[in-house]
Design a protein around this ligand. Structure first.
Ligand code: GDP
Ligand code: MG
Length: 340
């Protein structure tokens, strides 16, 4: 199942028809007839190729989610590009930037599967640097995936253009890229073309996220990710794919941030594991998540955690992967609906 399919039950949002509607879920802001494209694009490339710089450029503001640590094998949102006609969700697939020998077969397979459900792949290379093991690894991932791949030759501001030709030649012999675009993520050169070529390859689909949601509230999303990570680690991988976290409320006070989150699991047994004897496990998860959040956000955190069972996720890993986004989306539309 693709990531897009996993959103099949999300109440449809429509294209933003006028600017005053930016960020609103009000039905009147969405025009049924308007063509809108939305989808997921992964960014691949060895360390230092310029991935973070590219995401910052494309998103055009502070990156939506900056996580200090590599997380689980799930896809992770790096940023969301909102345009009048399209929404591009930029995805990082943790594990993809490691050299091959550090990755187990299973991990490798998971990374491949994660790539399967994406609409476009962006392979970014440092055009100034020699082709190395990290480039090889990223290239192999692209070759093994079905989605069309766009090759971005980065850092052209810092090199002679003639040097691009041998590089293009080398890469084209390896793989049939949908496009090859010389860019400078640093100066912003080529960004419009990149976006145009990505959007061209997205399916027609309403936006997955209300514009500005995660760019406005990166901390809220990060809080959910960190709780999820702690819960996965604490339960010792016994239920990794059965865990999803929904941040129910995130209230910033003068002295502290109050966060209420629910950890969703599939079965009663898993609920037992996550809660632990006398609540010890849940307490541990909460403490670890709180300490890390306090460090990242630089403020005191009051973290309240709940555990709930939601059956029948095992067969739908993609749905699982996205559950927290979906739930947040649904709750937002419910809240908006209540207001009107
Ligand atoms: P990442 O490890 O792939 O996320 O790479 P970063 O985005 O952190 O960039 C690595 C280094 O390359 C940083 O020092 C960037 O400033 C630099 N860099 C990124 N893009 C460009 C570019 O287009 N031109 C030049 N000259 N430097 C760049
Ligand atoms: Mg980076």
């Amino acid at each position: 199942m693709s990531i897009a399919q996993s959103f099949a039950n999300v109440p449809p949002l429509r294209a933003v028809s006028h600017l005053s509607c930016q960020g609103s879920l009000d039905a009147s802001c969405y025009d049924e007839g308007m063509e809108f494209k939305a989808g997921f694009a992964a960014i691949l490339g060895r360390p230092n190729a310029g991935k973070s710089t590219l995401v910052n450029r494309l998103v055009g503001q502070k990156v939506a989610i900056v996580s200090p640590k590599p997380q689980t094998t799930r896809n992770r949102i790096l940023g969301i590009v909102n345009r009048d006609d399209a929404q591009v969700v930029l995805i990082d697939t943790p594990g993809i930037h490691k050299p091959e020998n550090e990755l187990g077969r299973q991990m490798m397979e998971e990374v491949r599967q994660a790539l399967e459900s994406l609409d476009v792949l962006l392979l970014i290379v440092d055009a100034k640097a020699e082709f190395g093991a990290g480039d090889r690894f990223a290239l192999e991932m692209v070759k093994g995936a079905k989605a069309p791949a766009i090759l971005l030759l980065n850092k052209v501001d810092a090199m002679a253009k003639e040097r691009l030709l041998p590089l293009i030649d080398h890469y084209s012999k390896e793989h049939e890229f949908a496009e090859v675009i010389p860019i400078s993520a640093l100066t912003g050169d080529g960004m419009e073309i990149v976006l145009k070529e990505v959007v061209k390859r997205l399916p027609e689909h309403p936006p997955y996220f209300p514009p500005e949601q995660y760019t406005d509230q990166p901390e809220r999303f990060l809080a959910g990710e960190i709780v999820r990570e702690k819960a996965i680690v604490a339960s010792r991988q016994e239920v990794p794919y059965a865990i999803a976290v929904l941040v129910e409320s995130f209230e910033e006070g003068a002295k502290l941030i109050r966060i209420r989150a629910t950890i969703y699991v599939e079965r009663d047994g898993q609920k037992g594991i996550v809660i632990g004897k006398g609540g010890a496990m849940l307490k541990k998860i909460g403490t670890e998540a709180r300490l890390e959040l306090e460090e990242i956000l630089g403020t005191k955190i009051f973290l309240e955690l709940y555990v709930k069972v939601l059956e029948d996720w095992r067969d739908r890993p993609a749905l699982l992967r996205q559950l927290d986004w979906r739930r947040q989306l649904e709750r937002m539309s419910e809240r908006e609906a209540e207001k009107t």
